[in-house]
Design a protein around this ligand. Structure first.
Ligand code: GDP
Ligand code: IMO
Ligand code: MG
Length: 421
């Protein structure tokens, strides 16, 4: 059996959590491969709504095994909060959630460093989620990080050494560390909570599961345009969000990757700073935000909204090797008279269809315009009910992107998901 990978193709918040939950009944293991509590994956079913940060989105579908892989960065304090709110709603996870010993720990001082570096950037802030993601991955790459497995052996010593390095940096910046004692207290309570879980060598576990023909789904966080290598650098996150990240983030060989599910919204959003060629600053953008309820699930920040960008999407599909597309939030466009799609960029008077090295204000999106379907699709349950204009939009996207759209999502609920034949 191969490992299927599910990931976002835009700037995050495409609806990955919802679709992992929908697909989980087909799988025995669901594993997160990168990112950390910068993610907010929303699931809705039976009238309830859950937002997951570090816990994989496969936990609500029976007794499936969920794994936090080595590529993930984990904040024990936020993890504790997440686990406790799941326990309060009747979801006990200690038996079905396994954590890689190689996942890196976000330390209290990483959070302060994140804020400190952002402040130091002045006008060119990334607009991070403030969860310490960048500094934690920086320490991982510079070989200064602490891992979950370190908790088991001489932990205080390792923690204090890492902390004092960070304090020296914060002191150089003159950054206020008065919040540290409180954050640290919660963090160590989080370490105690973390110890209730089983730490595993997840690469061994997953490769054994592959040999035993178990169905495995790898869950990505963020989106391809936030990838550290291929995203809109430097306005990106600090991990590889692309399909290859599933290999390094779980310890599976490229030949073990099966389907790559690429998720995108029928339009486009971004939260935080950075280029966004199709961003709308008018009432159409406001309408997308209002109807799509586009506010960050982690920070509550309003998401920037715009039309679908096929130049960026084609690029994402290329670097991810997407085999099936999943279109989310098409219902948000239900009332639009016309819908636009960016098919190319105009740069210095030239038409460009390949995603360029630099995206600046020089780029003008070239749009084609289509008639909207102006039909409430939220109660539809099969594709026979789809209006003609909607089918036209889907066929147009498939032709532009060269990959079939296999699932269409018409609302936030688990049930508002239609598989196309
Ligand atoms: P993720 O980070 O990719 O898991 O996505 P988020 O959970 O951050 O953001 C997606 C938001 O859209 C959540 O509030 C979902 O409940 C919601 N959502 C998902 N699919 C649909 C859909 O098809 N229609 C609508 N209207 N909302 C959706
Ligand atoms: P999910 O998994 C949307 C964005 C931040 C910021 C940049 C860097 O829910 O799709 P970071 O805190 O990672 O250093 O911030 O990346 N960002 C996200 N945007 N969805 C996410 O996750 C994101 N995770 C990070 O807004 O622009
Ligand atoms: Mg999200």
């Amino acid at each position: 059996m191969k490992v299927d990978v599910l990931l976002g193709l835009q700037w995050g918040d495409e609806g990955k959590g919802k679709i992992v939950d929908v697909l989980t009944p087909k799988y025995e293991v669901v594993a997160r491969f990168q990112g950390g509590p910068n993610a907010g994956h929303t699931l809705e079913f039976e009238g309830k709504k859950y937002v997951l940060r570090s816990v994989p989105s496969g936990i609500f579908q029976g007794n499936k095994i969920n794994i936090i892989g080595n590529g993930v960065v984990l904040d024990p304090a936020l993890f504790k909060g997440e686990i406790e709110s799941l326990e309060a709603s009747g979801h006990e996870l200690t038996k079905r959630l396994l954590i890689s010993k190689k996942a890196h720990l976000i330390l209290p001082t990483h959070r302060l460093l994140d804020a400190c570096y952002e402040a130091a950037k002045g006008d060119s802030k990334i607009g991070t989620t403030g969860k310490g993601i960048g500094p934690t991955y920086t320490d991982k790459i510079s070989r200064n990080g602490l891992r979950v497995g370190d908790i088991l052996h001489r932990f205080d010593e390792k923690y204090n050494a890492a902390k004092s390095k960070h304090l020296r940096i914060l002191e150089q910046y003159g950054y206020d560390i008065s919040a540290l004692a409180e954050i640290e207290k919660e963090w160590f309570e989080g370490i105690a909570k973390l110890k209730e879980f089983t730490f595993i060598d997840s690469e061994h576990y997953i490769n054994k599961a592959i040999k035993e023909d178990k169905m495995i789904l790898a869950e990505g966080a963020q989106g391809t345009m936030l990838d550290i290598d291929f995203g809109s650098y430097p306005f990106v996150t600090s991990s590889n969000t692309i399909a290859a990240g599933a290999c390094t983030g779980l310890g599976i060989a490229p030949k073990e990757v099966g389907e790559v599910f690429g998720i995108f919204k029928a339009y486009c959003t971004r939260v935080g700073s950075g280029p966004f060629p199709t961003e709308l600053f008018d009432e159409v953008g406001d309408k997308l935000r209002k109807f799509g309820f586009e506010f960050g699930s982690v920070t509550g920040r309003p998401r920037r909204c715009g039309w679908i960008d096929l130049v960026a999407l084609r690029y994402a599909i290329m670097v991810d090797g997407v085999t099936q597309l999943i279109m989310m939030k098409s219902d948000v466009l239900d009332t639009f008279e016309t819908i636009k799609a960016c098919v190319a960029y105009e740069i210095d008077g030239e038409r460009v269809t390949e995603f360029p090295f630099e995206i600046d204000d020089n780029i003008k999106p070239i749009y084609i315009e289509m008639k909207g379907w102006q039909t409430d699709m939220t109660k539809m349950r099969n594709e026979e009910e789809f209006p003609q204009e909607f089918n036209d939009y889907v066929s147009f996207l498939e032709a532009e992107l060269g990959v079939p759209i296999k699932i269409v999502s018409t609302g936030p609920d688990r049930d508002q998901t239609i598989v196309r034949k």
